[in-house]
Write a protein that binds this ligand. Structure first.
Ligand code: ATP
Length: 964
């Protein structure tokens, strides 16, 4: 008999007992539907997995929150086929993976009517999806409509349907993994999945996410209510488990106490990503919990000072730290903070004398100009910002929403807190003012050879006054250079560019020394006392990997530091993995990862590494940036990590990507020498700060510089080059970190406009790559990132087993599942307590689980529907009976009340009627008596008249009548 055309609603399809056969790739929906012997074309759309909690992988079978539609079809659909096989029970089989599963036998009778619906409805549902990269580089989550051969038809969220190469697609994670708080939980660890997950969380103000051992912090660029004493207490009590800087800091404290090992919190990220804020949040936590005495208050007060002297407005961040810092916080035996030490790295000196349009120099200059009292202004000969050449040229004097005068007040307060005397504070401000006045010193050309002499102007005299030196000595130090030729000392005049360089170099050096001196003073204030136990937590806030269009010496140093940190990161990451593998008896030797050893070698190798060659060229009097570039190309061209570029450029293959450096300015910045005449000038000042600076400049020399007057002009070359000094500091830093247990925080800047709520995919992706988050993910992929205890695994996937496993132990169940699903032995390892999986393996199991669950749930929902309908019918009947009973009861009750009322009314009526009758009778009786007595009276009167008994008393007559 011909089947009737489909007419029923979709609901009726839901109640079909069906099984379906997947014929597409992986999670493809291609299938055929057989129903009552008829084959129809359509698509299968697996529903959401049950269990709403993303973090709970233990969602139960039969949970009610399954999504509705699961199987639909359309005749002659171009999108694929669905097969509904009548009354077969429900079994699933993935032809690609060969995975089979089962669901219970059909529970409902077959329905005979159905209707095929338009599949376009599916595109709107977030089901069966993959990541596709659009031409602008962004990743988009697209719904797979069909896959045929190498081509896949996709539907994009805005309704567009596109055809792409199947291989270009990346699988999307199941819905239950949306917004997981640890990226390691993602079944598919891919760039788009990580990007999507971070955005998903960011949109809900969940700015912290774990990437395995690393905390990823996405800058919210707004106040988020995630901080404060309540949160601190909650993390301390461990009543909150979500990722947070507090959680990381808390772990550090606990591990420090438990293992008696020093800890470090290593924060990195690009400028404006939130490193400094994150460091402050960690310090707040430490200060709140390790508290005892006022030292933690002093530690927190170091922030305004360091920010004022070391931060500036840049195009990327209004409050950009222009130095790296390590704060080591020491704890006493009782776990209280007992002191701290701050180490700073590579302050950007060049900013003091020039900065790019729209940027600012160090905040303290603007704060001083805005906030100094009239007396101080007078003393320091302070002018307005616009009158200083060093500040004027960038054209940016203020920052929106920032009150420099108020900040100056805060800095003064902080300087008091860290016990810097008023006299020293005044000296500090005098140095700042002098630095600014240096920029206003001008020169006049005095001969045909462009030789100059410093003008005796306001600038020169004010500087001399402020640093307390002789004006003539200052003028000479800026205009001439003493050279020793044989036994004679000759004085060489400087050309204009040389004089400007000498002036700027002196200003930069004074500022850098001032900064160093301040840090030293702060350290004295925070000095770790006798209570020192040697236990400490260090917070490293260091510049992240930088890759711009034009990269210079600064990026070269910064990226070198990041290579070192990455090496530390790799070692630590693998050490941890290794420990877990060993503890669980896992063969961890198979884990491979990309070491950045080769890149570090390129930098550090002697004598033919980048640093050695840079130093070598810097010492050559005739060395130029171009000759340096050529030397690199000549010696390093065969190195895998080095790439020669055109002109004076070269590229380095860093762990985070390739960076092209332009060598322009490399040699000068690396030499960074201050002429000995300038050092000597500072030494001659009567103000103690310049003297201290001069002494520290001399001690920075590799070999002690003996009497500059007796030295030739080559004396400067004996000073350590910037890169060598930096390399030494880094080496010490790494040695220090090596003795600690590290905790890594990677800060991410979600947009370049510093605005809340804006998530620029490309920018985030670039940072994820640069700061190595994807590297962690990649490393995890090569290891066994997914771990599950045998118990959990057996509980989650045990129901997929074809054989009865009721009485087996979790380990046997786990192994049986692995065999049943033909998971290749190299894809997993069985540990003593856990199963370890390579990336994606759990995804396959999860897919099968979801499909099976989906089938079960569909049947369960159909069955529940059927049961509900039957119940409803019975209920209806029951309800009618109850209703009629209740109505009868009510009627009876009403009737009884009425009857009672009626009876009462009758009694009352009777009584009233009786009374009326009685009253009437009594009235008539009395009336008759009156009449009778009147008549009798009359009769008596008549009788007595007639018989003459007039003398008879009326009374007797009356009585006679009465009784007679
Ligand atoms: N957790 C946070 N909550 C609110 N705002 C934040 C947070 N983290 C960062 N910000 C905002 O982002 C700005 C930049 O942060 P921060 O100065 O810490 O960046 P950075 O990575 O240290 O940059 P740089 O390397 O330039 O010093 C802050 O001034 C603040 O406005």
């Amino acid at each position: 008999m011909e089947k009737p055309p489909p007419t029923a609603s979709f609901q009726s399809i839901k109640s079909l007992p069906v099984s379906f056969r997947y014929a597409g790739t992986g999670s493809s929906s291609e299938a055929e539907i057989h129903y009552n012997g008829v084959t129809r074309n359509g698509v299968v759309m697996p529903s959401n997995a049950p269990g709403g909690d993303n973090n709970d992988l233990q969602s139960e079978i039969g949970s009610d929150d399954s999504q509705s539609s699961s199987v639909r079809g359309i005749d002659d659909s171009p999108y694929g086929k669905v097969e509904l096989i009548e009354d077969e029970g429900v079994s699933t089989e993935d032809e690609d993976t060969g995975i089979t599963g089962y669901t219970p036998a059909p529970l409902l009778p077959t329905r005979t009517e159905y209707k095929w619906e338009d599949t376009s409805a599916y595109a709107a549902k977030k089901k069966h999806q993959s990541w596709v990269q659009l031409s602008n580089g962004d990743w988009e989550l697209a719904t797979i409509l069909t896959t045929s051969g190498t081509e896949t038809l996709l539907s994009l969220p805005e309704g567009k349907v596109i055809r792409v190469n199947t291989e270009s697609l990346l699988p999307a994670n199941p819905d239950i993994l949306d917004g997981v708080d640890d990226l390691m939980q993602l079944s598919y660890l891919s760039e788009p999945s990580v990007l999507y997950n971070l955005r998903h969380r960011y949109e809900q103000n969940l700015i912290y996410t774990k990437a395995g051992p690393v905390l990823v912090a996405v800058n919210p660029f707004k106040e988020v209510s995630l901080y404060g004493s309540d949160y601190i207490q909650a993390y301390r009590r461990k009543s909150i488990g979500s990722p947070h800087v507090y959680a990381i800091t808390d772990t550090a404290i606990r591990e420090m106490i438990r293992d008696e090992v020093n800890q470090s919190i290593i924060i990195s990220g690009e400028s404006g990503a939130g490193k400094t804020e994150t460091a402050k949040i960690a310090m707040q936590y430490l200060a709140a919990l390790g508290g005892g005495g006022g030292i933690e208050y002093e530690i927190l007060k170091t922030n305004p000072i360091l920010e004022a002297f070391g931060n500036a407005r840049t195009s990327r961040n209004d409050n950009s730290s222009r130095f790296g810092k390590l704060i080591e916080i020491h704890f006493s035996e009782t776990g209280k903070i007992c002191g701290a030490n701050i180490q700073t790295f590579l302050l950007e000196k060049s900013r003091v004398v020039q900065c790019v349009k729209g940027e600012r120099s160090y905040h303290i200059f603007y704060q001083l100009c805005a906030g100094a009292s009239p007396e101080l202004r007078e003393k320091l000969r302070l002018k307005s910002v616009a009158e200083y050449n060093y500040l004027r040229h960038s054209g940016c004097y203020s920052i929106n929403g920032v009150d420099d005068a108020e900040h100056f007040r805060i800095v003064l307060e902080a300087l008091d807190t860290v016990h810097i005397s008023k006299e020293d504070q005044e000296n500090v401000f005098a140095m700042l003012s002098a630095v600014l006045w240096f920029g206003n010193i001008s020169f006049t050309v005095i001969d045909n050879e462009n030789h100059v002499e410093a003008d005796l102007n306001e600038g020169l005299s004010t500087v001399a006054e402020l640093i307390r030196c002789d004006v003539a000595a200052l003028q000479s130090a800026l205009s001439t250079r003493k050279m020793k030729v044989g036994n004679d000392t000759i004085v060489q005049k400087l050309t204009l560019p040389q004089a400007i360089d000498a002036r700027d170099a002196l200003a930069k050096s004074i500022y850098a020394c001032l900064f160093e001196w301040l840090v030293g003073q702060i350290n004295k204030a925070l000095i770790v006392g006798k209570r020192r136990t040697g236990r400490s937590i260090s917070i490293l806030d260091i510049y992240g990997f930088e890759s711009f269009e034009r990269n210079s010496f600064e990026q070269f140093c910064i990226n070198f530091a990041n290579e070192r940190l990455q090496q530390h990161f790799n070692r630590h990451l693998f050490k941890l993995e290794q420990e877990e593998y060993i503890n669980d008896g896992i063969d961890w030797a198979r884990v491979e990862f990309d070491d950045n050893h080769e890149c570090l070698n390129l930098f550090e190798k002697k004598p033919l590494g980048l640093i050695s060659l840079l130093d070598e060229e810097s010492t050559f009097p005739n060395g130029t940036d171009l000759s340096f570039a050529n030397k690199l190309k000549q010696h390093l061209k065969s190195n895998y990590c080095f790439k020669a570029e055109r002109g004076q450029a070269f590229s380095v293959r860093h762990f985070a990507g390739e960076v092209t450096y332009n060598t322009a300015g490399f040699l000068e910045k690396n030499r960074d020498f201050l002429h000995l005449d300038s050092i000597e000038l500072l030494a001659s000042c009567t103000c103690h700060l310049p003297q201290i600076f001069a002494a520290s400049m001399l001690t920075q020399s590799e070999k002690p510089v003996v009497g500059p007057l007796h030295k030739s002009g080559g004396a400067e070359s004996q000073r350590l080059s910037v890169i060598t000094k930096f390399k030494g500091e880094l080496f010490q830093l790494m040695q220090r970190l090596e003795t600690t247990t590290p905790h890594f925080i990677r800060c991410i800047k979600p947009n370049s406009v510093q605005s809340p709520g804006v998530y620029e995919q490309g920018l985030v992706l670039q940072q994820l790559r640069c700061c190595g988050v994807l590297e962690v993910v990649r490393i995890s992929r090569s290891g066994f990132p997914t771990r599950m205890t045998h118990q959990k695994f057996a509980r989650r996937y045990g129901f997929l087993l074809l054989e009865n496993a009721a009485n087996q132990d979790p380990l046997s169940v786990s192994v049986a599942i692995l065999h049943q699903f033909n998971i290749l032995p190299e894809m997993y390892q069985v540990g003593y307590t856990k199963l370890f999986f390579r990336t994606g393996q759990i995804g396959v199991l999860e897919d099968t689980r979801n499909r099976t669950l989906h089938g079960i749930l569909r049947l369960q929902s159909c069955f529940r529907g059927y049961k509900s309908r039957s119940l409803l019918k019975e209920l209806k009947r029951g309800i009618a009976t109850i209703q009629s009973f209740i109505r009868g009861e009510n009627a009876r009750k009403e009737f009884a009340v009425l009857l009672q009322k009626h009876r009462a009314a009758v009694v009352i009526q009777k009584h009233i009627k009786g009374r009326i009758v009685k009253k009437r009778y009594m009235n008539s009786y009395h009336a008759s008596l009156v009449v009778q007595s009147v008549i009798r009276g009359w009769l008596v009167r008549r009788c007595s008249g007639n018989i003459g008994l007039l003398n008879f008393g009326g009374r007797k007559v009356h009585n006679l009548f009465h009784y007679g």
